[in-house]
Design a protein around this ligand. Structure first.
Ligand SMILES: *Cc1c(COP(=O)(O)O)cnc(C)c1O
Length: 359
């Protein structure tokens, strides 16, 4: 059994060439201040109500679907629940894009999984970089609609924190009518609820909205997300999703997280987090090290520094943030998740030291 074998030769070409998604956990780091994955600093506690696991779970747990539908203001047949919003991103490609022929459009700087999912599945992709004000370049999108089946946009956008102009989203929907679906990733919408386009489902059969329990709901470890769309789209996604996508304990906890009482708690936490965000922004504004703090409608802020060493400096102190400098037009930009008061203060104190050294 000592003949050499190169397993890589057997791997699909697109997978061989793939750079996997650089998730916060994959990048690693050592420290005690973790502000690199837009997680919540609040750890909720749940008790399982379903204690036996000998049976398969409900494919689409009714209570979760009903509660999420009520919360989002849609009908139950307009909801599909998935293993995080990430799974929904991929389900759409699996259902709508012909490998080797169709492609997706995505608009960087933005969330990395649209590209990675397309590359994993061997589907084409076209990056239409956002304009300087971080709004959609509609002219360029229109010129690239050929063979495009899915257009992924993100609002509030990760990592820039801005929301997209509603008129632009409408123009995009009109542009794509009959040829592509428009997927609006609303992973952070709880921090800017009035900007949701969920009510537009009534008018746009090709609109899809992605949601998650990972951010405002403080349940990143649960892996539970949703796609909202009209029934014909949901029915197609039901065809390609795994038979039992949600483990029984996940469905159990998701249903609890969506109870009336817990929804109220979540809303209060959003208010607190926005206060924490304002506190952090006020403190950072005093530092000459800081070039710009961009307006944020989410649980993170994007900060541009005039010193390239800030990320590494904080990293070495055990303060782990998310470097964004490789994204288009984001040189020297770092994304900082809004953590607890203590975590935010750790960032402020470390930056103050660095800033004072520079002066
Ligand atoms: C965090 C995030 C997701 C993934 O959410 P999960 O439900 O944890 O898979 C999707 N889109 C954006 C923009 C995100 O920031």
């Amino acid at each position: 059994m000592n003949r050499a074998m190169d397993i890589n030769q057997l791997v699909r070409q697109n997978v061989r060439e793939l750079t996997p998604y650089q998730s916060a956990r994959r990048i690693g780091g050592k420290g005690d201040v973790w502000l690199n994955a837009n997680e919540s600093a609040i750890a909720l506690h749940f008790e399982l109500t379903m204690q036996t696991l000998n049976r398969y779970p409900e494919p689409q747990p009714e209570q979760v679907i009903e509660r999420y539908a009520r919360y989002a203001g849609v009908r139950a047949d307009q909801v599909i629940v998935s293993r995080g919003a990430d799974e929904a991103i991929e389900l759409l490609m699996r259902a709508f894009c012909e490998p080797g022929r169709d492609r997706i459009i995505y608009c960087p700087p933005t969330y990395g999984m649209y590209l990675v999912s397309a590359q994993t599945l061997g589907i084409g992709y076209k990056a239409i970089v956002q304009m300087n004000n971080w709004q959609l370049d509609l002219t360029a999108i229109e010129q690239n609609l050929t063979d495009t089946k899915l257009i992924y946009i993100c609002s509030p956008n990760n990592p820039t924190g801005n929301v997209l102009n509603p008129d632009d989203i409408k123009t995009l929907l009109d542009m794509a009518w009959g040829s592509a679906l428009v997927v609006v990733d609303e992973a952070y919408i709880e921090f800017a609820m009035e900007h949701s386009v969920v009510s537009w489902l009534a008018n746009y059969p090709h609109l899809v909205i992605l949601r998650t329990l990972s951010k405002a709901f403080s349940l990143a470890g649960l892996r539970c997300g949703f796609a909202l769309a009209n029934k014909p789209v949901i029915d197609v996604l039901q065809k390609v999703i795994a038979p039992y996508p949600l483990p029984t304990p996940v469905a159990d906890i998701a249903a609890q997280a969506l109870s009336k009482e817990n929804l109220t708690k979540m809303t209060l936490q959003v208010v607190n987090l926005n206060k924490q965000k304002a506190h952090l922004i006020t403190a950072l504004k005093q530092f000459s090290l800081v070039d710009a703090i961009y307006p944020s409608y989410a649980n993170y802020i994007l900060v541009k520094f005039n010193d390239q060493g800030v990320f590494k400096y904080l990293w070495n102190q055990g303060i782990i943030l998310r470097d964004q400098s490789k994204q288009p037009n984001l040189a020297n930009c770092i994304r900082i998740t809004i953590g607890s008061q203590a975590e935010c203060d750790a960032v402020i104190n470390a930056l103050k030291t660095l800033n004072d050294q520079g002066n």
